[in-house]
Design a binder for this molecule. Structure first.
Ligand SMILES: *[C@@H]1O[C@H](CO)[C@@H](O)[C@H](O)[C@H]1NC(C)=O
Ligand SMILES: *[C@@H]1O[C@H](CO)[C@@H](O)[C@H](O)[C@H]1NC(C)=O
Ligand SMILES: *[C@@H]1O[C@H](CO)[C@@H](O)[C@H](O)[C@H]1NC(C)=O
Ligand SMILES: *[C@@H]1O[C@H](CO)[C@@H](O)[C@H](O)[C@H]1NC(C)=O
Ligand SMILES: *[C@@H]1O[C@H](CO)[C@@H](O)[C@H](O)[C@H]1NC(C)=O
Length: 424
């Protein structure tokens, strides 16, 4: 534990900075809160496959205690699997559909596909307004029989899933091809190598998603450039903290000691939800609390509150192979050459076509930048702000305002920065 005095010291400067901006913004007569902040809370829709799959996949990834800075796009994974489910039959299809099932969908396959397709389009439309997004999805095939053009066309139109054949080379060449595709998908960012090898046998289908996301705030954050703060993550590091006081949807769950904050992104087409334990601790306890029901409750309880936010300027990047986790969630037949049934992908597929991998590359940038139009916003009247001081691990969700779908989910366990040794 940190000595109390030190904690106070950590908090005091940003508070002063934030209060500085408070004083400035309350000089004028109080104005109504920004429309987006006042919009009614929208809990995750109970029939949304991206939340249902996202939370389960996240938990499966985090059950490996070595996972650090987990980041995934539930919407991209779910829609690519949704496309594959349309090309499959038998138990392969039912297991894929079960992954996307939610309690209130009566016809899981078709309805989940519809919901995902709509959400993808809605997010793509918000690109450039609420965030800058790059995203690509592809299904690679290795020495596969001729792929059904109706499947290719449908997956492209509804799920932006491209079909790409892998070259004739060995697994090293395959990996190289996949990596350079991911690099292009991330806008040129180098990504960490895959931990597990990909051995694409003849007939393998490899699903790949790549996404780069940078949220644009309604108003810019102040950056405390020269004076760095300590982020108390896996390692203690020095980071740049960004500050802003304003009106945000906020809730404190006293019993579970969790702060819930929802920050609307520029233009209101998407928002970022942050969950953080009251005190410095790793995320294990909070993660055990995460269910769609509890999240709905938390988001329902948020109300517009004056909050002084401090966030580390940070990037989270991840490279994931999801085979183990998806298998644990019940997707078993698709990987087995003898059992898998992708007859909708290719008529001559029986005994050959199978799933060879589900790969995921993602990066998330937390920066100070606001979107267009921040100058035209009304003044905010901020009073006695609550503190949301993110100097220790927290969880991030990015959700679409219109469809409610979950674009991103991330854990920030560690912020890159100069390491601090033995100071505490
Ligand atoms: C998180 O903290 C708890 C309690 O301090 C500890 O038992 C657990 O091993 C930690 N988990 C990780 C992933 O570090
Ligand atoms: C978002 O807009 C940028 C810039 O216009 C573009 O490069 C990018 O491809 C778009 N992303 C998507 C997912 O359409
Ligand atoms: C966000 O969703 C609410 C509720 O459906 C809607 O009233 C509002 O217009 C939406 N905002 C934007 C910017 O789309
Ligand atoms: C916001 O929620 C808190 C706690 O749930 C409550 O005490 C407060 O009165 C609420 N404020 C408004 C304006 O509804
Ligand atoms: C995050 O990455 C972007 C480029 O992708 C870079 O400009 C920025 O400085 C990085 N931020 C941090 C805190 O490292």
């Amino acid at each position: 534990m940190l000595p109390r005095v030190f904690v106070c010291f950590l908090i005091s400067l940003p508070v002063l900075l934030a209060l500085g901006s408070t004083a400035k913004s309350s000089k004028k007569s109080p104005a109504a809160p920004a429309a987006a902040a006042a919009a009614p809370p929208r809990p995750p829709p109970p029939n949304d496959p991206s939340w249902a799959l996202g939370l389960r996949l996240y938990q499966a990834l985090r059950s490996d205690s070595s996972s650090v800075n987990t980041l995934l796009s539930p919407l991209l994974v779910a829609s690519s699997l949704g496309a594959l489910s349309g090309g499959s039959a038998g138990t392969t299809a039912s297991q894929l559909q079960d992954l996307l099932k939610t309690p209130s969908l009566t016809k899981p396959g078709a309805q989940a596909g519809e919901a995902l397709s709509r959400a993808l389009k809605s997010f793509t439309k918000a690109n450039g307004t609420s965030f800058r997004l790059r995203s690509s999805s592809a299904v690679f095939s290795k020495q596969a029989p001729a792929v059904n053009q109706a499947f290719v066309k449908d997956s492209k139109a509804r799920f932006s899933l491209q079909h790409k054949p892998l070259g004739k080379g060995d697994s090293k060449a395959d990996l190289k091809q996949l990596h350079s595709w991911a690099k292009a998908g991330l806008g040129g960012l180098e990504s960490a190598p895959l931990v597990s090898e990909i051995q694409a046998k003849a007939g393998a289908l490899i699903v790949a998603n790549a996404l780069h996301f940078k949220g644009l705030w309604e108003r810019e954050f102040n950056q405390e450039g020269a004076d760095r703060r300590t982020f108390l993550g896996k390692k203690y590091t020095k980071v740049v903290m960004m500050h802003r006081a304003g009106l945000f949807r906020f809730h404190e769950d006293i019993e579970n000691m969790v702060q819930v904050l929802e920050v609307t992104l520029s233009g209101g087409k998407a928002s970022m939800v942050l969950l953080m334990p009251f005190h410095v601790e790793n995320l294990s306890r909070l993660e055990k609390l995460l269910t769609v029901e509890r999240l709905s409750k938390w988001l329902d309880k948020t109300n517009v509150t004056s909050v002084s936010i401090s966030l580390p300027k940070a990037n989270i990047t991840s490279t994931l192979s999801l085979k183990k986790q998806l298998s644990a969630l019940g997707l078993t037949d698709a990987w087995d050459q003898k059992v898998a049934d992708f007859s909708g992908v290719s008529d001559k597929s029986k005994g050959k076509l199978h799933l060879g991998g589900v790969l995921h590359w993602a990066s998330l940038e937390l920066a100070a930048e606001a979107g267009k139009g921040s100058a035209d916003l009304e003044e905010e009247h901020i009073e006695k702000p609550k503190l949301f001081y993110a100097d220790h691990p927290f969880i991030i969700f990015v959700r679409d305002n219109t469809s409610g779908a979950l674009l991103l989910m991330a854990a920030l366990d560690h912020a890159e920065g100069e390491a601090l040794h033995d100071e505490l």
